[in-house]
Design a binder for this molecule. Structure first.
Ligand SMILES: [Zn+2]
Length: 576
């Protein structure tokens, strides 16, 4: 290009800019695509906590304020929704769910509310009659604490009703499963099979497997189960997405990882994103055992699009309280001599520590399941080692569940800026029997929401779906009332740990957004953020806390698009 040409180009560019500037001066403000007005908006934005109206352009919020302020964003094409003074909140962000397992559970035999072992067996028997040859009966979410006596089921209970149909049904916490004889044969588990590290094969008096497999012993069985096809995964994901939309869940942090399934799930999510069918935002955490997969291609925390991100790792310190595999400093009160079980991943502990250090160096976020007080303490030790060796950084360490805290560890939790990723529904579920298992003193630090907040620890709320229902109203209800499911603690189980509605909503929106490095993008109704919002049937700030569990989501918006409308239950969730 000659000098003259360059000069000419500069002049023409200047002209273009001038004309453009004049035009934009003459034009009025651009119009919103969506306005929600006449609403009671709780923004979860401390700078502007309440409002009447919100305007959205494309997928972002552009204005939040009084009806009159937002009116100026209305144009001829603007869709206007009259909220009729209903409560509007930011969309719920479930910080811990097992998304495709949840989808699977929607289709599976439901054993959770079976009130006796006989009913449990009957339901499995009915399912066996309609199960096509070659398919397994899986999932189920059984809970023997609802039976009398509350004993773990055995294969003898279901063998006569299932014959050659392989069965491996899970306890609701996922830390235990019951296999029938056909499944044990398929997996090659016999009286001679030794317990794998971190797992237990329950046996009868003669040493034969009862069919019940705890924690890592389940992995042997999982290897025998045919894995899902891509079509099955897509189907399950769409079912789960529609379910989430109907409940106002607009983001979910997926902690599902068994046997590399995460990558197959990720492929399905990725395909749905490409087709415009992802109606909820996902942050996916593959297993810490496979940390190198993400590290070697340079993925760091929160890498990806607004709909699908990776860069986190899910690890396990221990098992669950229900299966008596949570790892404690002192033995269970009702089973002396048993302190629980460290997970297979953490045996030996030095291996886990090493993985964590390397994963941190690669910029990956650590989300570690830890339930028993010593399980939590060991993970805090590792996190402290990371800070010591690698120096300070914005890491957002997480402990998933953080269920039973040692007194000494609340301060460490805060000092290391660890996020407590908790599921309030578990508190009203486990609260039915936790005290029997661990005694009063330890039970007083179970799901200690208030103590965490008092220590300045950040909370992120979720459900662990399908371990607990995906419905955020149940989580808010649980955090605010702590009323156990058996109705025995109407005033709250360890009521001093209750939260206010505002605190619980914050943990379920901003808290969860922070836990996935997305607090700039979502978590509150603030101009510039993604337009993920819900309209509720009732004002949860005004009604009696006991009624929060009955509140319904009337409309769900994700990126300004209506993905659930109670008045139009056609599957909008599958629209582009
Ligand atoms: Zn989980």
């Amino acid at each position: 290009m000659t000098k003259a040409n360059v000069r000419q180009l500069v002049v023409s560019l200047a002209l273009v800019v001038a004309v453009f500037h004049a035009q934009s001066q003459a034009q009025s403000k651009p119009a919103a695509d969506l306005i929600i007005q006449h609403a009671k908006i709780w923004t979860v934005d401390a700078a502007n906590p309440t409002a009447q109206a919100v305007a959205v352009m494309r997928d972002r919020i552009v204005a939040v304020g009084g009806d009159a302020d937002v009116e100026s964003w209305r144009g001829p094409q603007t869709r206007v929704i009259d909220a009729a003074e209903k409560l509007v909140l930011p969309g719920f962000n479930d910080a811990h769910c097992h998304f495709l397992s949840g989808g699977f559970q929607l289709d599976a035999v439901d054993l959770n509310d079976a009130t006796s072992a006989a009913e449990f067996a009957r339901r499995i028997g009915e399912r066996a009659k309609i199960t096509p040859k070659g398919e397994w009966i899986l999932a189920g979410n059984w809970d023997e604490t609802k039976w009398t006596p509350a004993e773990f089921p055995t294969k003898e209970l279901i063998d006569p009703l299932t014959q050659d149909v392989p069965v491996f049904v899970s306890r609701y916490d996922g830390h235990m499963g019951l296999a029938n004889s056909a499944a044990l044969r398929a997996a090659g588990i016999t009286a001679q099979t030794v317990d794998p590290p971190g797992g237990v094969i329950l046996r009868d008096a003669k040493g034969n497997p009862t069919g019940a497999l705890k924690d890592a012993a389940q992995d042997v069985m999982l290897k025998a189960i045919p894995s899902l096809t891509t079509e099955q995964r897509l189907h399950l994901a769409l079912r789960a997405l529609a379910h989430a939309a109907s409940l106002g869940v607009t983001s979910c942090q997926n902690m599902d990882n068994g046997d590399n399934q995460t990558y197959d799930d990720l492929k399905a999510f990725s395909q749905l994103q490409e087709q415009g069918k992802l109606t909820m935002r996902l942050y996916v955490a593959p297993s810490i055992v496979d940390w190198e997969d993400q590290a070697k291609i340079g993925v760091r925390h929160a890498f990806g699009s607004s709909f699908l991100r990776i860069g986190a790792l899910k690890g396990y310190a221990d098992g669950s309280l229900g299966a008596r595999t949570a790892y404690f400093f002192e033995p269970f009160t009702d089973t002396p001599g048993n302190r629980g079980l460290l997970s297979g991943q953490i045996q030996p502990p030095s291996l886990m520590r090493d993985r964590m250090l390397k994963a941190d160096a690669a910029g990956l976020q650590l989300c570690t399941h830890a339930i028993g007080d010593q399980g939590i303490s060991i993970i805090l030790d590792f996190y402290a080692d990371i800070v010591k060796e690698h120096g300070p950084a914005d890491r957002r360490f997480r402990i998933e569940h953080a269920q039973h805290m040692a007194v000494k560890d609340f301060d460490r939790f805060a000092q290391l800026a660890v996020i407590a990723s908790m599921q309030p529904y578990h508190a009203i579920d486990d609260g039915r029997w936790a005290e029997k298992r661990i005694g009063h003193d330890r039970a007083s630090r179970t799901y200690a929401f208030r103590t965490f907040l008092d220590h300045g620890v950040r909370l992120a709320f979720g459900t662990d779906w399908p371990v607990a229902p995906l419905n955020p109203m149940l989580g808010l209800y649980a955090a605010v009332t702590r009323a156990t499911l058996d109705g025995k603690n109407p005033g709250g189980w360890f009521p001093e740990q209750k939260l206010t509605v505002a605190e619980a909503v914050r943990a379920y929106t901003m808290g969860s957004a922070y836990a996935e490095f997305q607090e700039i993008e979502k978590g509150s109704i603030t101009p510039g953020k993604l337009a993920d919002m819900v309209i509720l049937s009732d004002d949860i700030f005004a009604i009696e806390p006991a009624k929060i569990r009955d509140v319904k989501v009337q409309k769900t918006f994700v990126g300004g698009k209506l993905v659930w409308d109670v008045d139009n239950v056609e599957p909008q969730a599958q629209q582009k």
